[in-house]
Every structure is written in C-alpha cells, then in structure tokens.
Design a protein around this ligand. Structure first.
Ligand code: F0G
Length: 451
C-alpha cells in the first residue's frame, strides 16, 4: 500500500465521450492540444507532475530568496553533494538546461556523444553544439517480451570498439533508467565497466540521472550483488562511478521544476559556471527560486525511501499485469516510471503509416479521458512534409507515464479497465492520417484525422 495518506485533494474533470470527441477533433487529434479541463487521468509525463510532501511544502516556506549565497542554496548543495559526491554542484531550472551547458562547455563540433539511449532533448542539445549523437543500447533491448533484467544497459563491446577506434568521442552518457529504451534499468556492473573503459581512454563518463532512485531500486531487486542494499547506497555508488551528472529533478527530485549539473573536473566546472551565470542565473540559484531549491533538497532525501520505491514499482507492475490479463502486452520486464504498451501487437489491422500507437493513445482518451504519449512511427518514424511515412519506427508503443504520488491504485485500475474495454474489440479502433506534418517538433505541432 501507499506509505503516505492524502491531505490535500484536487478534483479531476469527469467528462462525457461526446465532449471528448469534440475537444479532440478541435485539437486536430493531437493530445498536446488538449487542456487540463479535458483530461481525467494524465499519463503524458512523469516529469514535474508529482505531488509534493508536507515536508517539501514546509521546506518551501523556509526558502531563502537572498540573491547570492542563499541558505536554500547551502541546503541544496549539501544534499546534492552528499548524494552524488561531486565537487561542483550547479542548480539549473530543468534537465535540458544542464545538458545545454555541459555540451556547450565539453563537446567540440564533430565530436560524438555515445549513450545507451539519448533522450530527445539530449539529442537536440548535442546537435545544437555541432556534435553527433550515437545510441549503442545492448542487444537484449531489441526483444520487448524477454525477461532480461537490465535491458537499459549500454553495449560494452560497441563502446570499447568506439573508444579504441578512430572516431573522436567527446563523452559517454549513461541514461538511468533508459527512458527512450522502455524505461529499462542499467545494471551497476554495466555502469562500472563503462566507467572503467572511459577512464582508460580518458573520455568523460556522465550520468543522465533523471530517474536515479528508480534505477537503484531495480538494481536492489534484480542484481544479485546488490540484493539487500539500500537504494540510497546504490545511488551513491552509481554517481561515484561517473565524472559528473546531468539530472532533471522533475522526476526523482519529485518537484515541479528543478535540475542539477554535478561535476568533478574543476576546469570543466569553471567553464560551465560561466555559461550558467550568463544564461540561467547566479551560480547559487541557477534559474530557481530559493523555495524551489529547498523543495528539491527535500525531494532528493525522500525519493530513496525503499517503502515509497517499492509501492511505486508495485503499482506500475500492477497496471502492466492488469493490461496483460486484458490482452494488452507491454515491454517486459516492467520498469518503474511507465508502462510501455505494445500497440502494434494489439492493433495488427492498422499499418504503421496509419499510426497504431497514436490510434491506441487516441482511443484511451476518447474512451476514458486518459492522456498518454505515442512512441511509434508518428514520433520516431521518418515522415515527409506531406505526412507520408517513409521509414516506420522499429516498434509501435504507447507510454503510460505514472506521476509520482498522484494517482491511487483505483485510478490505475480505471486505466486498466478502459484498456480492457478497448481490447475486447480492437478491430473497431480506427487508424489516423496526418493533415499537417511540420518537420520540426512534429509530435507537438502536427494535426491528424480519423480514417
Ligand atoms: N533526460 C531524460 C532521461 C528525460 O526523461 C528527460 C525528460 C530529460 C533528460 C530532460 O529533462 O524535461 O527536465 O528538461 N523527460 C520527460 C519525459 C519530459 O516525459 O520523459 P527536463
């Protein structure tokens, strides 16, 4: 059960199918055009959508808004330094700000960033400084159904070959957990070996640690050597294997806004500090208010609570299991922050160019007011300006991201029931065609129509 009770509640909109049909059509069948009043259960993102604890709110009240050298900064730095062990701690307003600052200071044009999987903004930030991103996930990640425990791992053979080869590798970025790769965890042994290879070749090894606590939880459950260890202990060890981190605290900081850049190299830290001060804010607040810094600090303490992590992982697994019983498969084994539904398998009558992932996501909205994200050919495929799919994505998935401490099991069961209703007659779900397909940031700006 949830190791907390609810003190503040917020009504959620309960709407009719008729209303949802109208609103969705008005928004060009793009879920990014829906507004809060249209949505009953919002599983679009687990980022910045969590519920604050009473202690976080109290910490916010103690926030010190001194311009430079605020007490809130001292508290933020103390918690972040104790957790990560890095000598240089910079607050930023969210993860992508840390990415931009680090890559600007570290990557030279033409240099390569290697990763188990770069997140979208991470890719964009590599490209914006003239770098080249390359994903080298482990081979096990290809099989969505297998029970391999650490499908988030980096391919160590490919990593070693790249580091020893002629290419100019600027950094290696390990994303924990691997959000772009089905929310799968990375094993400590994989982090350790990748770290050793990077040290041998003198290449900076950085963690994208947005979900540091959830990765550590799965390590304590799935990696023999760490069974019985506390998640916090595993988090600390993971950070200490790297030369630094970029982290969106909107996930495992359980805050609405906030991020962290941590580094050991004093020269690199000096360059980052300059960029931070020019673009985000002074080095002791980096674009955050004092109360944000205090709530981040408290969130970083709370998130490694094993009772909290166990319940969150169990709730996500429960949703995946209900979906499976209803005949809807998801990427296995289930991670913590999201369930990735296999829409391609559920809707074989919808070809990739009619976007089965988008079709399932649309039906979840129309049938139940549930919003989620397509991760298939609409998002990842190659599409012409006329909306024609040239190269489909390897899989047609739908991500149900679970906000932290927000929805109860009965909310998740409502999601599962809605899914079960769709799975009873999947052949009735229609495909979609693009009517507007802008090349840049397509998922956010495109419009579609039902076929
Ligand atoms: N890295 C990973 C692995 C992420 O999942 C995200 C954000 C970021 C970096 C960027 O952080 O949003 O604070 O700037 N992921 C969100 C999501 C948006 O829904 O998965 P940010």
């Amino acid at each position: 059960m949830e190791p907390y009770r609810i003190k503040v509640v917020e009504p959620i909109p309960i709407t009719t199918r008729e209303y949802r049909e109208r609103r969705y059509a008005e928004g060009g069948y793009n879920q990014f055009n829906l507004t809060a009043d249209d949505i009953t259960i919002d599983l679009l993102s687990d980022s910045g959508t969590g519920a604050l604890s009473a202690e976080q709110q109290a910490a916010g009240m103690r926030g010190d808004e001194t311009y430079a050298g605020a007490r809130s900064w001292a508290r933020f730095r103390e918690v972040a330094a104790e957790l990560t062990g890095y000598d240089h701690i910079f607050p930023v307003h969210q993860g992508r700000a840390a990415e931009r600052i680090l890559f600007t200071a570290l990557l030279k044009p033409g240099q390569i960033s290697l990763s188990n999987t770069h997140f979208d903004t991470t890719r964009a930030n590599v490209e914006l400084v003239g770098g080249i991103w390359r994903d080298i996930p482990c081979a096990e990640a290809e099989d969505l159904d297998s029970d391999e425990p650490f499908k988030g791992n980096i391919d160590l053979v490919a990593l070693e070959a790249a580091l020893a080869g002629p290419d100019d590798i600027g950094l290696v970025l390990m994303t924990i957990t691997n959000n772009g790769g089905g929310g799968q965890p990375v094993a400590m042994s994989n982090i350790k070996k990748a770290s050793k290879l990077c040290r041998k070749h003198g290449v900076p090894f950085i963690l994208d640690a947005a979900r540091f606590a959830e990765n550590a939880w799965l390590v304590t459950q799935r990696e023999e050597k760490y069974r019985g260890h506390s998640p916090r202990d595993v988090v600390k060890k993971a950070f200490r294997l790297a030369d630094g981190c970029v982290a969106s605290l909107k996930k495992d900081g359980i805050v609405h806004i906030g991020g962290l850049l941590g580094l050991n190299d004093p020269e690199l830290a000096r360059r980052c500090e300059l960029l931070l001060m020019a673009t985000e804010g002074f080095r002791t607040y980096g674009g955050l208010s004092g109360r944000d810094l205090d709530m981040c600090a408290q969130g970083m303490l709370e998130v490694t609570d094993p009772l909290y992590l166990r319940e969150r992982a169990d709730a996500t697994a429960h949703l995946a299991e209900c979906a499976r019983k209803a005949g809807v498969d998801s990427v296995q084994p289930t991670g913590v922050h999201a369930v990735y539904l296999n829409a391609g398998r559920l809707l074989p009558h919808i070809p990739p160019h009619q976007f089965p992932g988008h079709s399932l996501a649309s039906e979840l909205y129309l049938a139940g007011g549930i919003r989620c994200a397509e991760l298939g050919s609409l998002y990842l495929g190659e599409i012409t300006d006329d909306g024609e799919l040239i190269t489909p994505a390897p899989y047609e998935l739908v991500r149900l991201a679970i906000p932290r401490r927000v929805y109860t099991r009965s909310h998740l069961e409502y999601v599962a029931e809605t899914l079960a209703g769709i799975a009873e007659n999947p052949e009735q779900v229609p495909g979609y065609r693009l009517t507007e397909a802008p090349a840049m940031l397509r998922p956010f700006r495109c419009r579609l129509e039902k076929i």
